[in-house]
Design a protein around this ligand. Structure first.
Ligand SMILES: *Cc1c(COP(=O)(O)O)cnc(C)c1O
Length: 472
């Protein structure tokens, strides 16, 4: 496909302006127009170009998108409209607090809801992504230990099944990462935890349900071990939609949690758009939250500061538009609706897993919001890899699941249907997978060369990631 620059025709434009009624004034910037090589196209050409471009990709609006560990669910378009109401959209980040009381009320109300959903006492909405929330929480962990004169807590314990951002955030916050082994069923090995937890433990970072979609049933015991060692319990709640409204991290023994509003609470993500990774914490950690905090005073909402704060982590107050969408989502669904969304997410994952269980799922019994299949046997028997299966799904109108993650499962394919997929979509996905497995045994070559229906077929993924060419 040609770029807009290649399609450009000198002198062509997309608008007609009426004749000047005032004397012409030549701005200096007119020269800029000549120096900049801007494409010149008619309006229909521009519309056709971007429509064609939009058809060359696959997004949540195109169909089933079971990208595990990333909760790519369909989000109501109405929430975009609400976030774009002029009072929200046009609020200036430098406006005085008394001029933006409505916006501050959104922050305060959403914070209160998130505290309730997670079972925590205080919240910051400032972090702009999940990893940013992890980093912020770890700065708070550090500030907390130092405030008690406890400077020997230099290590953060992280299970080997964790999302890659966990060890990265811990390292960025200046901690040493200690990896915990998983049992065969994907849960934390308690003996290994007992061995490694000690007076140098700052915190344990845990995802529950973990990235295999399995609930850590020993979580109370894990919390006891870490607390007895003097460490804090941190919950990676990026994908809270498996448990929201059902069980709260604060009741499981956690001291801090981050959420991904752009996974669980109605902000679309995946295209690099704005995100939000709030941190919720217990009261004893509240003094260490980043500055500034929105506080309620007799004269309305104000920005407050704490002398023990871990510092500032965002310009202004994070991505405000995302808060409006999250609040709209929570208010529309209500407590019962959030619970129903979580239950449906878990039901959908189990339904799909059950339909394709001959595909060698990892772990026994029921899963939570996602599940993992290992394509190792298929690869050994047919030569067809997990990547080939994913490419085959693209030809059948389905976005690939997460591939080769978590790292502790060989040839992993990780599916997360979310609550927004209906039964027809789940059945179609199961049928597509069955067709692909059958094809692997009868004609493996057909899958090595998939996808056949896309404009770009098998790019060199490593080269594309390392040397991206993002301009025409
Ligand atoms: C997505 C995710 C993160 C990181 O969130 P980002 O917004 O991409 O930084 C962390 N942990 C888990 C379990 C996730 O799924």
């Amino acid at each position: 496909m040609k770029t807009v620059f290649e399609k450009s025709v000198k002198g062509r434009g997309g608008f007609a302006v009426s004749a000047l009624e005032v004397e012409r004034y030549d701005y200096e910037s007119d020269r800029l127009r000549e120096e900049l090589d801007l494409p010149e196209l008619s309006e229909p050409e521009v519309a056709a170009h971007y429509t064609a471009l939009s058809k060359r990709t696959f997004g949540v609006d195109d169909g089933f998108y079971p990208l595990g560990s990333c909760t790519m669910k369909y989000n109501p378009k109405l929430h975009e409209e609400i976030a774009a109401l002029p009072g929200f959209r046009d609020a200036h980040p430098l406006a005085r607090a008394d001029k933006v009381q409505g916006c501050l009320a959104v922050i305060d109300t959403l914070s209160a809801y998130l505290a309730g959903i997670t079972g925590m006492d205080a919240v910051t909405l400032q972090p702009c992504a999940g990893a940013h929330g992890e980093f912020t929480a770890l700065l708070m962990v550090k500030a907390y230990h130092l405030s008690r004169g406890d400077s020997g807590r230099t290590k953060v314990l992280i299970p080997d099944s964790a999302h890659g951002t966990n060890p990265a955030s811990a390292a960025m916050a200046g901690f040493e990462v200690v990896t915990l082994k998983s049992d065969d069923d994907g849960r934390v090995n308690l003996a290994d935890l007992r061995l490694k937890a000690g007076d140098d433990t700052a915190a344990l970072m845990l995802t529950n349900p973990n990235t295999l979609g399995i609930f850590e049933k020993h979580v109370a015991e894990i919390a006891d071990i870490v607390h007895e060692a003097g460490g804090l319990m941190y919950y990676d709640g990026a994908n809270l939609n498996a448990v929201m409204g059902v069980v709260r991290p604060g009741d499981m023994g956690f001291d801090l949690v981050h959420l991904n509003l752009h996974k669980t609470f109605s902000a679309p993500h995946g295209g690099g758009g704005p995100g939000s990774g709030p941190v919720c914490c217990k009261a004893e950690l509240a003094p260490f939250l980043p500055d500034p905090q929105v506080t309620r005073t007799e004269k309305g909402f104000r920005f407050g500061r704490s002398e023990w704060s871990c510092g500032r982590v965002s310009a202004f107050y994070g991505n405000f538009g995302v808060y409006v969408k999250a609040l709209a989502y929570i208010v529309t669904l209500g407590g019962k609706g959030l619970r129903a969304a979580a239950q449906t997410a878990v039901l959908n994952a189990n339904y799909l897993r059950e339909k394709i269980s001959y595909f060698y799922p990892v772990g026994e019994g029921r899963c939570m919001h996602e599940f993992v299949l290992s394509m190792r046997k298929l690869r050994e028997e047919t030569g067809v890899t997990a990547a080939d299966v994913a490419k085959g799904l693209i030809d059948r109108g389905i976005h690939p699941p997460t591939m080769y993650f978590p790292l502790i499962v060989e040839d992993a394919l990780m599916f997360e249907p979310t609550e927004t997929a209906d039964k027809a979509a789940l059945d179609a996905a199961a049928d597509a997978l069955k067709e692909i497995i059958d094809l692997a045994y009868s004609d493996p070559e057909a899958l090595h060369s998939a996808p056949r229906t896309t404009p770009v077929r098998r790019p060199d993924e490593a080269a594309a990631a390392r040397n991206p060419v993002v301009k025409g």
